[in-house]
Design a protein around this ligand. Structure first.
Ligand code: AMP
Length: 186
């Protein structure tokens, strides 16, 4: 099973993606986590990515696409994966299609976690107190929400047209939401 997870910052996407990937028995691939690991490790990719992340902007497609290409070529992805935070731009959608087509694969399902925007900012500010993430300040959070609305929200229409999109209410307790996601995937 090849699944894409979408949802605005603060939708609980990372938490749900982790739980659902475990339940499905496929690796959880978070581009945000991959970037943060590179930032932490001080790699050239991390140094490049950090400039964008700290401003709430997207890391350029050229960097992001190659990182994902490498990751999904890994043997653990042969039977499927759950992508969390990728694709985020229309160009990334095309690139992912091309990567998968090389091995005769395609995306099976796209889950969009929906939330009430006002609550999302509150959730993120709460997370900011403990996350230690340098992009969890109010100003950067607002920019991340704008960038999501401009560049990523339009992807739902693309996947809806392909009949792949399932929208899941992301409000509520963590286990309620993951039960909804798993029900939608079955
Ligand atoms: P996340 O943990 O998914 O919120 O991602 C944190 C940050 O990493 C984002 O605000 C972007 O700067 C960067 N990032 C993650 N995924 C992507 C992507 N698919 N394309 C571009 N930038 C990304």
């Amino acid at each position: 099973m090849r699944v894409v997870f979408m949802g605005p910052p603060g939708a609980g996407k990372g938490t749900q993606a982790q739980l659902v990937s475990t339940a499905l028995g496929v690796p959880h691939i978070s581009t945000g986590d991959l970037f943060r690991a590179n930032v932490g490790g001080g790699t050239a990719l991390g140094i490049e990515a950090k400039r964008y992340m700290d401003a709430g902007e997207y890391v350029p497609d050229s960097v992001t696409n190659e990182m994902v290409r490498d990751r999904i070529a890994n043997a653990d992805c042969a039977a499927g994966f759950l992508l969390d935070g990728y694709p985020r731009t229309v160009e990334q959608v095309a690139e992912l299609d091309a990567m998968l087509a090389e091995s005769g694969q395609q995306i099976d399902r796209v889950v969009e976690l929906t939330v009430v925007t006002d609550e999302v900012v509150g959730r993120l500010l709460l997370r900011a107190q403990t996350s230690g993430r340098s992009d969890d300040t109010e100003e950067v959070i607002r920019r991340r929400l704008e960038v999501y609305a401009e560049q990523t929200a339009p992807l739902t229409a693309v996947y809806r047209d392909r009949g792949l999109l399932v929208q899941v209410d992301g409000m509520g307790e963590i286990d309620e939401v993951s039960a909804r996601v798993l029900a939608a995937l079955r």
